[in-house]
Design a protein around this ligand. Structure first.
Ligand code: 5GP
Length: 269
């Protein structure tokens, strides 16, 4: 059996070399961590659900013109994505006060923010992902001014679209974290959305009951995290309980290998 080369193992995902240059396979684990990995645990089936939710969200975002790294889902826990040079920033979008902003600024959790807030954190586990200003980003050249303009515009569009998408299934999109990466074309580079979108990196509250349907259930020892993740998937209509084959192909010439694979022949009657 050929072994794939592992490129990186993170807290919730493993990255493997993809089948052709410029591609990566993202494997979603059940492992859960919080507070900069001080708290560790497992959420059974999380990897399978996050793979499906992230596929769904990235596919919908591609349909409205947001460039993403997603190419296609390969199986229950893996998706094929474009290799990017990750921009070392966590881009947090907030609609409602919760989590660190409530703690840092003493704003009651649940208070609607006067307008959507964009925050940037440096991706650095050793430093605990500190909040940084755009001046720091420019000063240390973590991203160019043009890249930051693209990132901010995309983050706001993602928020508008996903707020509506979740509201349609009675869920409030409180906040979320995005990551972006560069892809190169000769001398030019452009920024695309990377990483994942799942209940691991957003806050989702039931609009009616206020119940938390995201990783805060794990962070705050509320219990019921498996059921909460399943409920989000169920409301979005992405979980049928079984693996019903790979989904839509979004990139890399409609993922070349798929075109080369003839569809299965129908059994003769
Ligand atoms: P906060 O700053 O309130 O802790 O997080 C704001 C939002 O960004 C939450 O939805 C949270 O899940 C997400 N977020 C912030 N930092 C991280 C991180 O390092 N990993 C993950 N998975 N999500 C994060």
């Amino acid at each position: 059996m050929s072994r794939r080369r592992q490129i990186y193992e993170g807290k919730a995902k493993i990255l493997y070399e993809g089948p052709e240059p410029g591609t990566i396979i993202q494997y979603f684990k059940d492992d859960a961590t919080a507070f900069n990995a001080e708290k560790k645990g497992t959420i059974n089936g999380k990897g399978v659900i996050n793979n499906r939710i992230s596929e769904y969200v990235f596919t919908r975002l591609a349909h409205i013109g947001i460039p993403t790294h997603f190419i296609r889902r390969l199986n229950m826990r893996e998706q094929l994505v474009r290799q990017v040079e990750i921009i070392p920033l966590e881009v947090v979008v907030r609609n409602v006060a919760a989590g660190s902003i409530s703690k840092r600024l003493g704003i009651e959790e649940g208070e609607m923010l006067p307008h959507t807030l964009l925050e940037y954190y440096l991706k650095d586990d050793a430093l605990g992902d500190p909040l940084v200003a755009e001046e720091h980003i420019a000063c240390f050249n973590w991203a160019s001014h043009e890249e930051m303009q693209d990132i901010a515009a995309m983050a706001i569009r993602v928020n508008d679209f996903l707020s509506g998408m979740f509201a349609a299934v009675d869920i409030r999109l409180v906040d979320f974290k995005l990551e972006f990466g560069r892809i190169f074309d000769g001398d030019f580079s452009r920024v695309i959305l990377a990483d994942e979108f799942s209940p691991d990196n957003c806050r989702l509250w039931d609009m009616t009951s206020g119940e938390k349907l995201d990783k805060d259930r794990f962070r705050r020892d509320l219990g019921g995290e498996e059921e909460a993740y399943q409920e989000v998937a169920r409301r979005l209509g992405v979980l049928s309980g079984e693996d019903n084959g790979p989904g839509e192909v979004l990139d890399m010439d409609a993922h070349r290998s798929r075109l080369r694979t003839p569809p299965p022949s129908k059994p003769k009657k």
